[in-house]
Design a protein around this ligand. Sequence first.
Ligand code: ASP
Ligand code: MG
Length: 465
Amino acid sequence: MIVMKFGGTSVEDASALCNVAQIVAARRYLKPLVVLSACAGVTNVLIKTAHDAAAGNKKEAMKGFAALQERHNTIAEELLGPESHRAKEVFESDFAELRQLVHGLSILNELTPRALDQIVAHGERWSSRLLSLFLLRERIPAEYVDARTVMITGNEFTKAAPLFDIIQEKAEKILQPLLDEGKIIVTQGFIGATKEGITTTIGRGGSDYSASIFGAVSNADEIQIWTDVDGFLTADPKIVSDARRIKEMTFTEAAELAYFGAKVLHPSTILPAVQKSIPVRVLNSRRPEGEGTLITNTAPAYPGCVVKSVAYKKGITVIGIQSTRMLMAHGFLARVFEVFERYKKSVDVVVTSEVGVSLTVDTEADVEAIEAELARFADVKVEKNKVVFCVVGERMKLTKGVAARVFHALAESGVNVELISQGGSEINLTFVVDESDVEKTVRALHREFFSDNYDEAGLVDEIPE
Ligand code: ASP
Ligand code: MG
């Protein structure tokens, strides 16, 4: 069997859902279990509306729900025609409950995470209801499964942790027999329930994670993440006109890139799949004929292809901390990091020398307060509008001269490099440049590394028009 996950933009309206149905139907022989996100934007509206209600803003909340009901009814009519009443009845009963909740919340004037999950978990159920009814109308044996019967989690509402052993049992009891019968399962990402049956969600953007868990517990042959990009690319095609689609990469490479705004998938998504060595394929629902990017535990070596991708993240702040007290002393770094720990601030790149440490953070929140605290025991310099670049490739650790090529190419293009770090996973080389040098840097590196031999080796391919 395979898992096919479709994100919000892939199910945003009737024509998108119709397209999804075609993609699924064409892969029916692979025994798909389909995992859907809510229609694009719906989760955000549900969250906002819940907050409006709890703030006593009843009118606004009612308006929010009315607009959502209208949107889903319209999709139902366009998709299901005369049979739309079956979907609309379900929606009406859900929205009746939500309208009641508006009164309750506005009286309580409080929105608990538990109540929020109960509200937010509707989005995925609506989109998957629509798809399953449409498939049935097309005489495709779809079976709507409420993910809350399988995806059992702890009670950490809004970011609940899936309980794998129980999910495994439930999958064997509930999902397997349906697949054996030849049913196409249509279920939801993002949502789950506690052992007691109370609705939970597993964190924003959690549908990929759900898909990967469903795949892991069902021993899927492949997990397909259908999105609106063609897979992982060698560079941002807006900057580099001959950017290429990467056909194959390793889980580790994908995880490195994920942080760098390659919004293709989130690293935690990958974990359950990695542990079971299940390949993940990223595909474009707007161009289903494409092959996307295949992510596996061990991508085969492509001769001459050392660097897989060049990624970057803007909006970085560099904090330089210097103190002569650091010289030959211990405990200085611990003191520095203790400050970041206290502000729960995650640090990305760290470079130390004997008298100083430079590090990067990716939001400006709390930077001023942190600066003030550090200034009590060190000289601090804060620089904003920087970019972290990352050159990724599993084979970099085995290849000599990659760093020399990177920095030579940058020097030739007149880019000033500010921090350099290589180590850790050894599959990336990370450095910081000023935001004004982003395009120059991307182009220089692309020119240096993604030459024609990548096409010849078969690692990359054109991005389809
Ligand atoms: N609908 C949820 C969200 O927007 C989950 C997802 O799309 O992955 O966060
Ligand atoms: Mg989403």
